[in-house]
Design a protein around this ligand. Structure first.
Ligand SMILES: Cc1cc2nc3c(=O)[nH]c(=O)nc-3n(C[C@H](O)[C@H](O)[C@H](O)COP(=O)(O)OP(=O)(O)OC[C@H]3O[C@@H](n4cnc5c(N)ncnc54)[C@H](O)[C@@H]3O)c2cc1C
Length: 189
């Protein structure tokens, strides 16, 4: 699955473009790196991508349930056949499906999991919220094995001796000014 994700990343970009998304910048993810970093052209960048997709979903036979949390994978005879979820009012919903894609992010918002799996549990989470490891735990409960749980990204500015002392395992980040409009921190240990 991971191999396909990487090998077909160019196809994925083409598919995204076919949905009407343009890129205002394509560059390396770090100095000297490959041109993998794609910045979406539109207000809010990633937010614009989601908005565009959502507009298109409206014309398709797709139901979107917001404020509805996935709770459990339903397993029958060793196969995942659906999911249970809970809506805002606390009602349990069962959705039967041929396939379930778990896309609940990582566990950066879950203090207990950070404590258990990473060397720097006091780190400050950035990005969106709700990455509580729910999907990971659902998959484990359904029989998935764990692997690579301790892998995560952390960066601190090199000038912060206080943070460096606190987070000895974190990579340092320094501004790279050679990339024109998109100066990007380079990560190194
Ligand atoms: C500061 C920062 C900068 C980044 N910059 C870039 C960049 O320039 N380019 C790039 O390619 N990547 C970048 N990334 C990484 C990128 O954002 C992530 O790899 C990507 O968002 C992961 O997408 P995802 O859909 O797997 O998970 P997420 O985006 O984490 O989405 C998971 C969603 O699932 C929801 N959820 C959790 N539990 C449940 C549940 N039980 N039921 C229903 N929903 C649930 C969460 O609330 C969340 O909305 C950056 C990340 C950060 C933090």
């Amino acid at each position: 699955m991971v191999r396909a994700f990487v090998n077909r990343s160019a196809d994925t970009i083409e598919w995204v473009k076919s949905k009407g998304i343009k890129f205002e910048y394509i560059g390396p993810g770090g100095p000297g790196g490959m041109l993998t970093w794609h910045v979406i052209d539109g207000p809010g960048h990633g937010r614009f991508l989601i908005k565009t997709f959502h507009e298109q979903f409206k014309n398709m036979d797709v139901t979107t349930m917001v404020k509805t949390a996935g709770k459990d994978l339903i397993v029958k005879d060793g196969k995942v056949t659906g999911v249970t979820a809970q809506d805002e009012q606390g009602n349990t919903i069962q959705i039967d499906a041929k396939a379930v894609i778990v896309a609940t992010g990582g566990y950066a918002n879950n203090k207990e999991m950070l404590q258990k799996y990473v060397a720097f549990p006091d780190t400050i989470m950035v990005g969106n919220v709700g990455k509580d490891g729910d999907g990971i735990k659902m998959a484990w409960k359904a029989g998935a094995k764990d692997e690579g749980m301790g892998v995560c990204t952390a960066s601190i500015p090199p000038w912060s001796a206080r943070l460096r002392a606190k987070l000895p395992h974190a990579g340092r980040c320094a501004p790279t000014l050679s990339m024109g409009r998109y100066p990007w921190p380079s990560f190194y240990r």
